[in-house]
Design a protein around this ligand. Structure first.
Ligand SMILES: [Zn+2]
Length: 117
């Protein structure tokens, strides 16, 4: 595939991923409730799994939030999109680097022969 085509596809994919990306790490917890006599108080199963997202905030402090059931699917997809976004951005940065170096080589080669077309 041509480099220009690879870059174009990467940029499109990055845009698509960026629109849904969620920053954070998923974890699941099981909880007990306050109802007396509930199975969770004794030997029965606790309530859950509850999905949580934790992340490092701008001041370096770890924070997080509880994800309601109706948002769990989109949140899982969003976190996966964030991870994919990181790898796609690295690939794009690699192509950018190659392009810049390529242009530098070409301009050096053509120097003295007039400006590039
Ligand atoms: Zn309970």
């Amino acid at each position: 595939m041509q480099q220009a085509e690879r870059r174009r596809r990467l940029v499109l994919e990055i845009q698509r991923l960026a629109e849904v990306a969620i920053f954070g790490t998923l974890s699941t917890t099981y909880r007990t409730c306050g109802r007396s006599g509930c199975h969770c108080q004794g030997s029965g199963p606790k309530h859950g799994p509850h999905l949580n997202v934790s992340y490092r905030g701008e001041e370096g402090k770890t924070t997080g939030y509880y994800v309601p059931l109706a948002a769990q699917r989109a949140t899982r997809q969003g976190v996966a999109a964030w991870e994919k976004l990181q790898s796609r951005l690295r690939q794009l940065a690699q192509l950018n680097k190659e392009q810049i170096l390529q242009q530098a080589r070409e301009s050096r080669r053509s120097s003295g022969l007039g400006s590039r077309p």
